[in-house]
Structures are given as structure tokens and as C-alpha cells.
Design a protein around this ligand. Sequence first.
Ligand SMILES: Cc1ncc(COP(=O)(O)O)c(C=O)c1O
Length: 413
Amino acid sequence: MTRITDLVIERAHGANFWTTDGVKYIDFVSGVAVNAIGHTHPEVVEAIQKQAGELIHLGLNYGYFESTVRLAHKLAEITPGNLDTVFFSNSGAEAIEGAIKLARSATKRPNIIAFEGSFHGRTLGATSITASSSKYRKYYEPLVGGVYHVPYPYSLQLDVDSEEEATQYCLKRLRKLFDLQVDPSQVAAIIIEPVLGEGGYVPAPPAFLMELRAIADKYGILLIFDEIQTGFGRTGAMFAAEHSGVTPDILVMAKALSAGMPLGAIIARRELHDKWETGTHGSTFGGNPVSCAAALASIRVIEREKLVERSHTLGKRIVANLQEQIGDLPQIAEIRGLGMMIGIEFQGDAALTPAAAVAAIRTEALKHQLLVTSCGVYGQTIRLMLPLNIDEHVLNEGLSILVNAIHTVIERR
Ligand SMILES: Cc1ncc(COP(=O)(O)O)c(C=O)c1O
């Protein structure tokens, strides 16, 4: 694994964590977009403790557990459209594996289309559809077969002038793929992150997602949204799908679902799940009652404290604030955000490449007790994954450390 810091971390609360030597840090990473309601939220801690005292594990094959069933109902309520039936796993990658299996099993078709720059996880199936770094695939080939990639509508990296141009270009490449390499009748699913996560924090234009929906419908292809990073308010909507009004056939979630406990889930219509033959998939720990209790508590906090709405308004404010403070620097290519999924993309010159600038900013910020990380295929973007309920003064302190770190690195090059 890549190790971002050598800190030895003892405890964490809200948007702060403390190392064993007593130093306090501000956390702008949130366990990689997991701790949407901050670390060790008291309601989540209480729910975990209560559930652990009653039932930790028995195995979903052997019966129903109240927290698991209640969570499935809750997910059906808060996900878009008519998605109503859940399969639980332990992690994002595992949920992706399940989604691929469901798509192949339900359609009896072999092929999957995914996008350049996308990240779906580290297991072999998930690695096969991932295309955000050749390093993730190196030494592991041959990977799962029947996977094709087309470009993601990321205007800045495609070197086009507008979202509309990027949309048209990527749709053209998809049609070309159908003409030259894979007949659409042989495609089980198209899988996309509605906002590219690891690949750069780039929202797909709503028109692109709408067009994918139409193409999928035309050819009987299933549309899968990987909302592992975008779900549960991160983008200013409970799920990013809502921004385009597109309901996928399968929605995959994990990360912020369960406030740090291991849990992933796929949700799809009952009639689709009915095509997934009983016994052809399973999990020992998936849907364990403790993770599900944590998830229910976390969703309750998100709803009660209107954190989806806060993500929308605070996200806009943070982007405007950053724009004002650093937007004019020639090294900044773009500051963009959908809700609190915020990216600051750098552009380089001969003296300082974007990746080197971002790496140096991370190091500089850490020296001042701010943990911040990056994304983008070339490591060119700083991504902010703040808790949706972050305290204003912690937010302002963290942003000021970040802005100072950016100025320091740019000025000393
Ligand atoms: C969009 C997306 N899909 C899948 C995954 C994999 O999830 P996990 O690390 O829980 O396996 C991630 C993790 O970063 C992700 O961001």
C-alpha cells in the first residue's frame, strides 16, 4: 500500500485526530470520504456498542437481523427511483464484484464497458474495470476479460473547450466501440462514477449520463453507477445520480454508508435481483448487524442535521472562497466542486509539474498539522473530503493552512 504519512494515530473525533505524541491534526481526508459525519460520532458509537452487546455475527444465510433489514428498507427509501432490493458486502470493491456478477448473470451477456480515469477497487474484477493508473494493473494481467474502456467526459484532460464538446466526443467513442469492437447486444453493463473520484474529482455532465441511460435502454444494457465515493451527501445530493435525474439499474455504495465500519451494498430493482440465481453469490460477513447499525445511525444524523443541504451550500462557499484566494494563480487550472466533493487542479510549468506541486503542498500542509490528499491520474488535483458537518472554525483553520501551503510551495519553486 502507498503510505501517505508515518503518523501513529491514537484517536480521532469530528474533523480532528491526535497522534500518540499528543499532536492534534485537522483531517481533510475523512478516511477517504468515509467519515461524512466526522470521526467517532457519539450516535454511531452508541449504536455500535448497543448492537455489539446484542448480536455481532450469525451469517445472513441463517436468518434476518433487524438492523440489516431496517437498513435495506432505508436504502430503498433514500436511493433514487425504484431501486428497492439490496445485497450487502463488506467493502466497495466487493460490492463492485457483486454488481458485475449481477449484470452478467441477469443479462447472460459477457462484456462490461467502463471509463478511462475510473477507479472501482483493488480486487481482480474491480481492477479489471479500473483505468486510473497502469500501476494498479501492472503484474496482475491477464485480468477479467470482456472489459472495454472509453474516455470519461473530463474536458480539461481531453483538451476540449466545453463540457458539451467532451460529452459529444465521448459518446462518439462509445458508438465507435460498438461499431469496431463489441456489439451492444453482447454488453451486460456500462459502469460509471457519476463524479470521477480517484481520477480527478470531475462531475460527468448530466447530458452525458442521460445519453448513457438512453443508450443502455436502447440495447438492453444495464447502467451501473459506482456511488461508493459520491453517496450519502458528498455531492450535495444524497446520491450523485440525482443531479442528472438518471436512475441507474444498479447503484453501488460503500464508504460513507456506515461511518467507518466495513460495509458495501448494491441496490437494484427486485425484478433484476430475481434474475440473479439463488446461491450464485454470497458473503460470510456482508450485512453484519454491527455495520448496519452504524449505517442506520449515520443516515439518521445526515437526515436530521440536513447535511445533504449543508454539503450543497457549504461546498459552494468553499469553492468561492478558494477561488477568491487562489483562483488567479497561474498554477491553478481549475477549482471545481459538486457539493463538498471539491478538487483544486494544478497546471505545471517547466520548473514545477502539477504532481510535484501537489505533493509538496501536501507535505507543507502536514507540517502545519493538516492532512490533505490528492487525486487525478497524474496526481494533479488536491481533493477535499471534509466531514459534511465540519465545524466552521476547524474548516477555516484548515483552509487557511491549505492556502498558505499553496502559496509557500508556489513562491519557493
Ligand atoms: C469510486 C470508488 N469505487 C470503488 C472503491 C473501492 O472501495 P473499497 O476501497 O472499499 O474496496 C473506491 C475506493 O476508493 C472508490 O472511490
